[in-house]
Design a protein around this ligand. Structure first.
Ligand SMILES: O=C(O)C1=C[C@@H](OP(=O)(O)O)[C@@H](O)[C@H](O)C1
Ligand SMILES: C=C(OP(=O)(O)O)C(=O)O
Length: 413
């Protein structure tokens, strides 16, 4: 059995940074993730005037319960969806002109529902070039709050951005969603808000957040469950065992449920309060799985799917088409390059058993495509990635950690 140390959760780090920035007093975050996305998030907070002190294993944030201290800012979100969908709500709480922009990749991704929601709340918010996309300028004048409807069918991040900011509005927010994906991320948001002292409620499709004050404190970030999926998949694919310490039954991240999917494919799963272990079977079985709640792990499953003894079908993942790239298309195109039979529809992908042959993977600048097919490479001699460095978005050391896992397996064989 091999322990793999996984860096902190991107989603928990971003939420903890936001909440600490909005709390009264100074907060300390332990074991946050430092990667391109969370560095962009922290730099965004610094631009907004918050005092953020970054150390490798710890981060200190001095909060302001009355919105961003800066009288205006330019915030560059790089490739980070979290920064683009959470930080503009801070601009709306502030007083001044706040401009948000991102990489070409992030500019392509949808932002319309958040822009529309802020406008419905009376905020002066404008997309500069293309409706519903970065760059946007927010002229903050404090946020009164109120009731609104929101379409979160392309991304739950629009809802999370509004929920996190809601307690700092004068009247609170009542948000009714007409559609919602990635529900566990919203549950994570509500749990984190509670951890920082604010109770939001959900009744059916309506989320209600009263005005309130976040409490500063200490917060320890769990290892990232989406990152863990590559190492759990590696164990499932090779018949080996991997344990991820620090990530167990009490995890706040929905992506821990990827282990259950591997269990349905015949892997042995041991979940304790604070660890998960996957042991691969002789041969994986085919499976049909709805991944609407855990769609960041869709590429992980698609990339090991050819090695199952029957078809693997992944359903209800339309919104993976508007992530760092069109992930359904990227998975299908790369599997086809490897000589594997694959078919996709609007919101699904099906992969048939096959023996992948050597090919170069077109990563499309997407860390999850690179990491997922990096795992395929464990059983595909000659597989290469055209852009291995794109893993820096969430796990700059991915390739070294995977290689050292393989070295350890070889030593113990
Ligand atoms: O709120 C979050 O931290 C995230 C929500 C999910 O996005 P969508 O809601 O767009 O699916 C997920 O894919 C992303 O990696 C992180
Ligand atoms: C979709 C992702 O990131 P984000 O939306 O936070 O940019 C991801 O990490 O897979």
């Amino acid at each position: 059995m091999t322990d793999v140390a996984i860096p902190g959760s991107k989603s928990l780090t971003a939420r903890a940074l936001f909440l600490a920035a909005c709390a009264d007093g100074t907060s300390v975050l332990h074991r946050p993730l430092w990667s391109d996305d969370t560095e962009a998030f922290a730099a965004g907070l610094t631009a907004l005037g918050y005092a953020v002190e970054v150390r490798p294993d710890r981060c200190t944030v001095r909060g302001s319960a009355t919105g961003p201290p800066a009288p205006g800012a330019e915030v560059f979100c790089r490739d980070a969806g979290t920064a683009a969908r959470f930080l503009p709500t801070l601009g709306a709480l502030g007083h001044g002109v706040f401009r948000f922009d991102g990489s070409e990749q992030l500019r392509r991704r949808p932002l319309g529902p958040l822009v529309g929601a802020l406008a419905a709340l009376g905020v002066d918010v404008r997309a500069e070039e293309r409706e519903g996309h970065l760059p946007v300028t927010v002229r903050g004048a404090g946020l009164k709050g109120g009731a609104l409807t929101l379409d979160a069918g392309l991304s739950s991040q629009f809802l999370t951005g509004l929920l996190l900011a809601a307690p700092l509005t004068t009247e609170g927010l009542e948000i009714t969603v007409t559609d919602l994906v990635s529900v566990p991320y919203v549950e994570m948001t509500l749990a984190m808000m509670r951890r920082f002292g604010v109770e939001a409620t959900r009744t059916g499709d309506t989320f209600t957040v009263p005005p309130g004050r976040y409490r500063a404190g200490e917060y320890a970030v769990e290892p990232d469950a989406s990152t863990a999926s590559y190492f759990l998949a590696a164990a499932a694919l090779t018949g080996r065992s991997v344990t991820v310490p620090g990530l167990g039954a009490g995890a706040l991240q929905g992506d821990i449920r990827f282990a259950e999917v591997l269990g349905r494919m015949g892997a042995d799963i041991a979940l304790t309060a604070d660890s998960v272990t996957v042991t691969g079977p002789e041969r994986l079985s085919g499976v049909t799985v709805n991944m609407r709640d855990i769609s960041d792990t869709m590429p992980t499953l698609a990339a090991i799917a050819p090695f199952a003894d029957g078809p693997v079908r992944i359903e209800d993942v339309y919104n993976t088409r508007v992530k760092e790239c069109d992930r359904l298309d990227a998975c299908a195109t790369n599997l086809a390059r490897l000589g594997v039979r694959v078919e996709t529809g609007r919101d699904w992908i099906q992969v048939w058993p096959g023996t992948p042959r050597a090919a170069e993977i077109d990563c499309r600048g997407d860390h999850r495509i690179a990491m997922s097919f990096g795992v395929t490479g464990l059983r595909t001699p000659g597989l290469t990635l055209d852009d291995p460095g794109c893993v820096k978005k969430t796990f700059p050391e991915f390739h070294e950690v995977l290689a050292s896992l393989v070295r350890e397996w070889t030593r113990s064989a």
